[in-house]
Design a protein. Structure first.
Length: 234
C-alpha cells in the first residue's frame, strides 16, 4: 500500500511543475516515482531542466530524456522535489537513507522552494526512530565516530553509531567518496542542538537533519493526500 501512497504524493507534486522550471531532482523510492512522472511529461512536450542529487537519479533522469544541468551552470533552482526518511509536524526531516544527503542538502538550499513527498509511514511525532545518517571523510573516521558520540550526548542524544556497510561487505561510499555513520538515537528532542553539535566535529561533512529547508510536504496515506505548509518564523 505504501507504494501506491508514494505514487499519489508524486502525482500531486507533478502538478506544481511549470514549463521552463529549473528543478532539483531528489533521490530515493518516492522521488523516483516523481521522476518517472516528470519523464512522461517531458516526453509529451514539457520543457524543464533538472539537477540530479545523486548518480542514481542522474541515470534515471537521463534515461527518461529529462535535460540535466549542474549547479555550476545554474546555481539557483526554482523547485526541488525530494523524499524523506522521517518528517515531523514542523517539517523537520531526516534524510540520507539512500546515501545522498550531502548533494540533497546542497540542491535543496539552492532552490527557491523545496517540496517533500512521502507516504504516511514517514510522518512521526518526534524525529529519531530512523537512524540519523552523518557523512564523514574517510581519514580518521574512528576518531570522528568518537567525537560524534561525545558531542551528540552533549546535545541529549545517545545510541549506537555504526558505519554503514554496502552489499559487498565493504563500507558504503557516497557519490562524494565519503563514509556514512548511521546514528540510532531513538529520539531527537532538540534537532537544532544536535545539528549544531555535529557541525562542530572535524571530519563531519554533513548530517541528515534538514531543518528549515522544506517549504511544504505532500503526504499520502489511507485518508488521502495531505499538504503541510511550513510556518517558519511565526
Amino acid at each position: 500500500m505504501t507504494d501506491a501512497w508514494k505514487l499519489q504524493a508524486a502525482e500531486r507534486a507533478i502538478t506544481l511543475v511549470e514549463p521552463g522550471m529549473k528543478l532539483g531532482l531528489g533521490t530515493g523510492s518516492t522521488a523516483a516515482k516523481f521522476i518517472d512522472l516528470l519523464g512522461a511529461k517531458v516526453k509529451a512536450g514539457l520543457d524543464v531542466i533538472g539537477v540530479a542529487t545523486s548518480e542514481t537519479t542522474r541515470a534515471q533522469a537521463s534515461a527518461l530524456g529529462i535535460r540535466l544541468t549542474t549547479l555550476e551552470d545554474d546555481p539557483l533552482l526554482d523547485l526541488t522535489i525530494d523524499g524523506a526518511d522521517e518528517i515531523d509536524d514542523a517539517l523537520q526531516l531526516i534524510k540520507g537513507g539512500g546515501g545522498a544527503l550531502l548533494r540533497e542538502k546542497i540542491v535543496a538550499a539552492a532552490s527557491e522552494r523545496m517540496i517533500v513527498i512521502a507516504d504516511a509511514s514517514k510522518r512521526v511525532p518526534v524525529l529519531g526512530a530512523y537512524p540519523l545518517p552523518v557523512e564523514v571523510v574517510r581519514f580518521g573516521f574512528p576518531a570522528t565516530r568518537k567525537m560524534i558520540e561525545m558531542l551528540s550526548a552533549d546535545a541529549g542524544c545517545t545510541g549506537h553509531v555504526h558505519l554503514r556497510m554496502g552489499q559487498d561487505g565493504q563500507p558504503f561510499v557516497t557519490d562524494g567518496g565519503n563514509y556514512i555513520f548511521d546514528c540510532a538515537f531513538g529520539r531527537i528532542e532538540d534537532a537544532d542542538a544536535l545539528d549544531e553539535a555535529l557541525k562542530l566535529v572535524p571530519g563531519v561533512v554533513e548530517n541528515g537533519l534538514f531543518l528549515g529547508l522544506a517549504d511544504a510536504a505532500i503526504i499520502a496515506g489511507a485518508a488521502g493526500v495531505e499538504v503541510l505548509e511550513a510556518r517558519y518564523g511565526e
